[in-house]
Design a protein around this ligand. Structure first.
Ligand SMILES: CC(C)=CCC/C(C)=C(\C)COP(=O)(O)OP(=O)(O)O
Ligand SMILES: [Mg+2]
Length: 432
């Protein structure tokens, strides 16, 4: 392990980046395809299994949806897309003898036909250390959960999640920045919105007050103490405040502000979902996708530079093409959640919106066909993300942009791997 160095990114005084900073240097040679190829070095994990050969005879409706499944498994078919196919078209490639360690294939199955990139097994030494430290933080620093929720906390496997999503973090201290925030974000979702006492009723008030743990109240001397006390008054607020204090101590002011903005987006998404639940409104598919662009993992990949110990300058982060990359990455990762948490959410009380459920109801498809269509939506988002990232890498091949794009892509892949392997939390439907 190299010398950990300081936790705060090396940002120093930086002049604003002139637009010309993105002009490709004559010698860079960066092309969109070079960038894509370097993003996903091969790892020794088998591609998702195609459907078994001994399927029972199918009805005409099932045959039509099989065609959809085959299309997903086949992958894109245009010129130059053969490397994107999920089933071998010719002879299988010769295995690389020096592949990184593979996750045991028995630990959770990928959604068949889902376009994704396998990742190396997260470093077990780091996973163990992050898991140990996050439990101490949760129990001793923020009193996150009552004893009876300990099993669920452990089953969430946040250490494996964050080590897998941030392979370039220089130290465990850097990984802890992301891990605390991930735990805090989930604590608020569970306790305010979902199955640990959450409800759509009154959610706006609760979320706004919790948001002040991230974006502080600046008010008069008379009212400041009551606000300060409120930050210790429930587990989500204790977790938000502590996780944000650690994060802001390591981030630059603009990185901390980026995170606040992304969390405001997330909170707006929670509120739209809650408003629809209160009125039993079933959104159109595109409306659901718009809500899910906000109720979204976005705040997690966008801290990849702070966790990596460097800074993507604010003006490069704000570029419309970077914003598109980030939005597509967030959307693909969040639809991954909809697919893996489908059966968990079907079994939860009431109607829990997720993409397959909304497609089934709005487009009058069977649960299986709706699920397969949701896989196709995901795959299109993933391909759009990769194309947008490759275009941006070509248009702006500066080191921080390239590293940030790689960090976001690593987060996307690590997120998929965590969902695939978290069989404590998720299980696939019986559609194949
Ligand atoms: C970590 C983070 C920023 C979470 C915010 C939004 C969120 C909880 C998700 C995108 C996960 O979706 P969902 O609430 O459906 O989670 P589960 O399916 O219950 O795991
Ligand atoms: Mg879900």
């Amino acid at each position: 392990m190299p010398d950990p160095g300081p936790l705060r990114p090396t940002h120093g005084p930086q002049p604003p980046t002139p637009p010309s900073a993105c002009a490709p240097p004559a010698s860079s040679g960066t092309s969109a395809s070079d960038f894509l190829a370097a993003l996903h070095p091969p790892v020794g994990i088998p591609v998702p299994s195609p459907p078994p050969a001994d399927v029972p005879p199918r009805t005409p409706e099932a045959s039509a949806s099989d065609t959809a499944l085959q299309r997903i498994l086949r992958g894109p078919t245009g010129p130059g897309t053969s490397s994107l196919s999920l089933v071998p078209r010719k002879a299988p490639p010769v295995p690389d003898p020096v592949l990184p360690a593979a996750a045991p294939p028995g630990e959770g199955r990928a959604v068949p036909g889902l376009y994704h990139h396998p990742v190396p097994e997260p470093d077990p030494v780091r996973v163990e250390e992050v898991s140990r430290r996050i439990k101490r933080w949760a129990e001793d620093e923020v009193q996150l959960y009552p004893e009876e929720w300990e099993g669920q906390f452990d089953g969430f496997s946040v250490g494996r999640y964050m080590v897998g999503c941030h392979p370039d973090a220089p130290t465990v201290d850097h990984l802890m920045l992301a891990t605390r925030l991930m735990v805090a974000e989930n604590a608020l979702d569970d306790c305010y919105c979902e199955d640990h006492g959450g409800s759509p009723v009154g959610l706006g008030g609760r979320i706004l007050l919790a948001h002040t743990a991230l974006d502080h109240l600046h008010t008069t001397a008379e009212y400041t103490p009551a606000w300060q006390e409120s930050l210790a008054s429930d587990a989500p607020r204790r977790a938000y405040r502590s996780a944000m204090d650690y994060f802001a101590g390591a981030a630059t002011p603009s990185q901390a502000d980026r995170y606040r903005h992304d969390m405001a987006r997330l909170h707006m998404g929670y509120l739209a979902e809650a408003a629809w639940a209160e009125t039993d409104h079933l959104p159109e598919v595109w409306e659901y996708l718009a809500m899910r662009q906000f109720n979204n993992f976005r705040p997690c990949p966008t801290i990849t530079d702070t966790v990596g110990g460097y800074e993507l300058p604010a003006d490069l982060h704000a570029r419309p093409d970077m914003q598109r990359v980030i939005a597509l990455a967030g959307n693909a990762t969040t639809i991954v959640n909809d697919l893996y948490s489908y059966t968990k959410e079907l079994n939860s009380p009431g109607r829990h919106l997720n993409l397959p459920v909304v497609i089934a109801e709005r487009e009058k498809l069977s649960p299986r066909d709706a699920y397969l269509k949701a896989v196709e939506v995901h795959n299109e988002l993933m391909h759009a993300f990769e194309a947008a990232a490759a275009d941006l890498a070509k248009a702006c091949p500066v080191p921080t942009v390239l590293r940030f794009l790689r960090g976001v892509a690593a987060w996307v892949d690590g997120n998929h791997d965590w969902h695939r392997t978290n069989t404590y939390r998720y299980s696939l439907p019986d559609f194949w």
